[in-house]
Ligand binder design. Structure first.
Ligand SMILES: [Zn+2]
Length: 497
């Protein structure tokens, strides 16, 4: 964003601070809802700075299983105690994987050539990757191709899928296999059983299948030898008879403890729970200030504000761990809750990335009116979308629907039939011309060019979006906190096989 645009954005933000919240919330029948004007964006910014400092002091990340996440959890718990809450820390374990140093792949014979690993920061395309949950090792050996030729009939390769493929394999060699038919995990397990010292699985060279294969071996601890994914070109080179190579990997592959943090209002009917959440972990590659310190810090400020209010319904705030590993914290919470407690949860509001630099104002599309594809949320989700939309409309701020794509913590709630909603300002997708006309910013550029990268720092926050969405969060939270009636979730009937 250039300077002139930034100045205009700040002017809009200041105008909103002065006028919008009272205008929006004055419409609510309950006077408590008007309190959303008192949430303070400077408090949110202070939390963002603290979380950025914590990441910086801990190797640049707050990812699940790292010291940065534990330090951030301590910060959150301390702030919640100060605000008058008795936070609950829910422990669970997650698979953990890290490359301790960049992997090496070098062909030694017939002639020496070293290949380039794909970088950990997005955008650097290399010749090979280290598969997630690969073992460690320093191996120099001959390449042993395992049924690795492309099938003549154009069918998918079954290279390494059956133990019989290894009939002629020499123990101690590097197993070279073509992608196809069975999971990478199966190929690697079969190779390890056959005595392979290391494994290379290369792309099959089909349309859009030439780059270095990036994959997972399923879970930590099973595969102890190095396993690389390679491009189709590297695979073809290594497949030549008489090839010798050296592979070096240094990985940590195990299970780690991580945590959700929960806090709820002392007041409100405990049988009618309004849940409001944001994930609290970052990816290993960066400090995650927009993704998702933005939502987590705003949630903390809304919680601070809600404490002590005479709310009608119980409000439960949740900061999820291990979202970036596949919604693991929210899934653990929902699974561990039990049917009786789950039945009290009447709706779930999610806030994941609420201050993207090239933002749109997205509200999860509860009624499926805006986009095709993903379908609506559970019964009641349309009403949630409308509560957020009312805030934006009263504040004179444009907004649009955002699909329930399954990429954030509403997923496990929706799966249980719990209505959901929330805010999202955009990730790696590119802003359209129509969106730029509506929201400003730059068409054709990502909403967040630093998504899942080391540059997701304090500079990656749009202050206008942060201020507007903080108030929209407070408005929606307090509206449902005081709603005389709440949606009654309809449990999905289990499908019979
Ligand atoms: Zn996120």
């Amino acid at each position: 964003m250039d300077l002139s645009r930034r100045r205009r954005a700040l002017t809009v933000a200041v105008a909103l601070l002065l006028t919008a919240p009272s205008a929006a919330c004055a419409q609510a029948a309950d006077p408590v809802a008007g309190a959303s004007e008192s949430v303070r964006v400077d408090e949110v910014k202070a939390h963002l700075k603290a979380l950025a400092r914590i990441a910086e002091a801990n190797g640049g990340t707050r990812a699940a299983g790292t010291p940065g996440y534990a330090a951030a959890r301590d910060y959150l718990v301390a702030r919640l105690r100060e605000a008058g809450y008795t936070p609950q820390v829910q422990e669970f374990s997650v698979p953990y994987f890290r490359e301790d140093k960049p992997a090496e792949l070098t062909r030694l014979r017939p002639s020496e050539r070293s290949y380039t690993p794909t970088g950990t920061d997005a955008g650097a395309e290399g010749d090979f990757t280290t598969m997630t949950y690969s073992g460690s090792g320093d191996v120099t050996a001959r390449i042993g191709a395992v049924d690795a030729d492309a099938p003549a009939d154009g069918a998918a390769s079954t290279s390494g899928c059956e133990p019989g493929d290894f009939a002629g394999f020499v123990r101690g060699e590097i197993a070279l296999m073509r992608r196809g038919t069975c999971p990478f995990q199966t190929k690697a397990e079969n190779a390890q059983k056959a005595g392979a010292a290391a494994v290379v699985i290369f792309n099959d060279g089909g349309e859009e299948r030439t780059e270095a294969v990036a994959g997972t071996l399923g879970k930590p601890g099973e595969i102890t030898v190095p396993v690389l994914g390679a491009s189709a070109a590297v695979g073809a080179e290594l497949a030549r008879p008489g090839t010798t190579a050296r592979i070096v990997t240094a990985t940590t592959s195990d299970r780690r403890t991580t945590w959700n943090v929960l806090a709820e209002t002392a007041r409100g009917d405990a049988d009618r729970v309004v849940m409001v959440g944001a994930h609290f972990d970052s990816v290993p590659e960066g400090p995650g200030i927009n993704d998702n310190a933005s939502g987590a810090a705003a949630l903390l400020e809304v919680a601070r504000h809600a404490e002590g209010l005479s709310v009608r319904n119980r409000v439960r705030f949740a900061w999820w761990g291990a979202e970036e590993l596949g919604l693991l914290g929210s899934a653990h919470y929902v699974d561990a809750l039990g049917a009786d407690e789950l039945a009290k949860v009447r709706l779930y509001l999610n806030h994941d990335m609420i201050a993207s630099p090239n933002f749109v104002y997205g509200i999860y599309d509860g009624d499926d009116s805006d986009r095709t594809g993903e379908g609506p949320g559970p019964e009641g989700s349309a009403r949630i979308e409308q509560v957020y939309a009312d805030y934006f409309d009263a504040a004179g701020v444009p907004h649009q629907g955002s699909d329930f794509s399954g990429r954030s913590d509403y997923g496990p709630f929706i799966a249980k039939g719990i209505p959901a909603g929330g805010l999202f300002t955009g990730a790696e997708g590119r802003k359209t011309k129509a969106e730029a006309a509506l929201f400003g910013g730059t068409a054709g550029r990502p909403y967040d060019a630093c998504y899942h990268r080391a540059c997701d720092t304090l500079d990656n926050i749009n202050d206008e979006a942060l201020a507007v969405n903080l108030r929209a969060m407070a408005h929606a939270t307090l509206t449902f906190a005081n709603a005389p009636s709440l949606p009654t979730p309809v449990r999905p009937t289990p499908t019979t096989p």
